[in-house]
Structures are given as structure tokens and as C-alpha cells.
Design a protein around this ligand. Structure first.
Ligand SMILES: Nc1ncnc2c1ncn2[C@@H]1O[C@H](COP(=O)(O)OP(=O)(O)OP(=O)(O)O)[C@@H](O)[C@H]1O
Length: 289
């Protein structure tokens, strides 16, 4: 049973099309019950690809995925134009999870209330705002008490109270023995709580535990499609593209000198706009920068 709930990737590779470039290769990852796992990496590095493999919504081109935890997934883009009201959709899903109709409706209302979406429970999904439909996206994943919850930028578009509620729901899942894997552009999201951080860079997955200590934020600018030096990406706890060619790297303070050296000696060198010491992270923008 326990074995089944543990999701395991062994030598996993994924490319789109038989001759497409490898997006991921040689990925080994175990997601154990009760753990919180963060995936970081630059834009387009393959984070969403990895999450879809973990949620078993996609198959690897090579390697093996084993384990069958009951899984729920919040995609980066939720299909909101569904022919249901918010509560109708969630109730329907609840019955698919095995709940009776009354219990499903109750669970649907509970989750909508928790995310502050109670007032528009009866609104057709197609008429919901982006924030409203994101609340439904998150509620649909939490509804069935999943053993593995996979969140791809699930906080994006939520208002402050709903973001905090999602933080709480994640803590509840792991406390109940579920696993949660997430990607978020905000390096402060659940900072210090993750059991492991894995960074996707150059198609590979680098593992580390979250004991980075104080972090430094380095804001750099380069050409719109410039590639950050791999040693800088590897050292980073989080990397976010803030504008074409603009990146914010969150690096352990102990590695900041090495990262700056890599950025400044790259060819062409990266323009370092700002270096902010620990505790000076910018406020959470609440949406994709
Ligand atoms: N369905 C697909 N067909 C073809 N190529 C794809 C597909 N999905 C992703 N890719 C390519 O795979 C690479 C990794 O994409 P992916 O969305 O996994 O990265 P990401 O790190 O999640 O990016 P972002 O941070 O921008 O969301 C990109 O080059 C992307 O264009």
C-alpha cells in the first residue's frame, strides 16, 4: 500500500516528437507520502512537463513512472469555459470521487467558502473572473483529499486571503500524510517549509534540501532569449523571468559571490541590476510577474 502511494520516476526522459530536443532526461525522483516538494527552474526549463509526468497526465518518452497515489492536479491554465456552475462542477467531480450527491454538494460549498468563492457558487464557470475560476481550479483538486497534490502556479490569480488559504490547505494535506509538489514563481511561497527543492536546468533535475539558510536576490538583465549560466541556475533556490531577458535569482547567501562571478564573466556578461540581501525580497505581486 505504502509502496503504491510513493511516486517514483526512474531514468525519465521526455521530448515532444521523435526528433524533438530532450526537455528532460535522466530524471530520478521519489515523492514520498507526507512530503512537500518544490520544483524550481527558469521559464521554459521543463517544470510543467515534469509536473504533468508526476500527475501521470503525460507519459515519459523513456524511463519509468511507478506508484499510484490518488492524484489531483491544478494546471497552469484551467479550462474555465465548462458548461457548469462552479458548485455544479465541483459537486459533479465530488460524485466522481465516490461521494454521494449530498456529501459532494456539501464538500463543494465548503471548499468554495474556504476560498471566498461562496458568493459566486451559482455562477456559470464561463462567466467567472480569472481569480474566480482559479478558486474553482484549486477547489477541484482539494475536493477528493488527494494523496498526491500537484500544483502548477496554483496561487497565481488568487487574492491574498485565498493564497493564504491554499498555503493552509497544503499544510493540511501533508499533515494528513499526503504529498504536495508545487511550482511557484514567488520564491517566498511556502519558503522554509519544503522538505526538498529540485531545480530543472539543462534538462536535468538537481536535488537539494531546503537548508539554504539566508538567501540573496540577484536581479539581472540580458538579451531577451539569453540563457543564464548553468552554474548560476544550479546554485539558485528559485529563478523567475520577470521580463524578456530579465531574471530574478534567489540564491543562498553563501553562494552569491560565485553566482555573481558566473553572471559577470559569462559571454556576453549579464547586467546585474540589483543585489538584495536576505529579508529584502520584493512584495508578493500575487500574479505572474
Ligand atoms: N505539448 C508540447 N509540445 C511541444 N513542446 C512542448 C509542449 N509542452 C512543452 N513544450 C516545450 O518544452 C519545453 C519546456 O516547457 P515547460 O512548459 O515544461 O517549461 P516550464 O519550465 O514549465 O515553463 P514556464 O515556466 O514558462 O511555464 C519548452 O521548450 C516548451 O516549448
Amino acid at each position: 500500500m505504502h509502496q503504491d502511494r510513493e511516486l517514483c520516476l526512474t531514468g525519465v526522459g521526455r521530448r515532444y516528437g521523435v526528433r524533438g530536443p530532450w526537455v528532460l532526461r535522466g530524471v530520478d525522483l521519489v515523492v514520498a507520502p507526507g512530503t512537500l516538494v518544490r520544483i524550481t527552474g527558469a521559464n521554459g526549463s521543463g517544470k510543467s512537463t515534469l509536473l504533468r509526468l508526476l500527475a501521470r497526465l503525460d507519459l515519459p518518452s523513456e524511463g519509468r513512472v511507478t506508484g499510484r497515489p490518488r492524484t489531483a492536479y491544478v494546471p497552469e491554465r484551467f479550462p474555465s469555459a465548462l458548461p457548469f456552475t462552479a458548485v455544479g462542477y465541483l459537486t459533479h467531480l465530488g460524485t466522481l470521487h465516490g461521494l454521494g450527491r449530498k456529501a459532494a454538494a456539501r464538500a463543494a460549498h465548503t471548499w468554495l467558502e474556504r476560498f471566498g468563492a461562496g458568493p459566486y457558487a451559482g455562477t456559470p464557470m464561463a462567466r467567472l473572473s480569472k481569480g474566480g475560476s482559479q478558486k474553482v481550479a484549486v477547489a477541484q483538486a482539494l475536493l477528493g483529499d488527494p494523496e498526491l497534490l500537484v500544483l502548477d502556479e496554483a496561487w497565481t490569480g488568487l487574492d491574498g486571503p485565498a493564497r493564504a488559504e491554499l498555503d493552509r490547505a497544503v499544510a493540511e494535506r501533508t499533515a494528513a500524510g499526503g504529498a504536495v509538489v508545487f511550482v511557484d514563481h514567488d520564491p517566498r511561497r511556502l519558503a522554509g517549509v519544503a522538505d526538498a527543492i529540485h531545480t530543472v536546468a539543462d534538462g536535468a533535475l538537481r536535488h537539494r534540501t531546503e537548508d539554504a539558510g539566508p538567501v540573496t536576490t540577484v536581479v539581472v538583465q540580458g538579451p531577451p532569449d539569453g540563457r543564464l549560466p548553468p552554474e548560476a541556475v544550479r546554485a539558485a533556490v528559485a529563478v523567475a523571468e520577470t521580463a524578456p531577458g530579465g531574471h530574478r535569482l534567489t540564491v543562498p547567501a553563501s553562494h552569491s559571490d560565485a553566482v555573481l562571478r558566473a553572471l559577470l564573466t559569462a559571454r556576453p556578461p549579464w547586467h546585474v541590476m540589483r543585489v538584495e540581501p536576505a529579508g529584502a525580497l520584493p512584495p508578493d505581486p500575487g500574479s505572474r510577474p
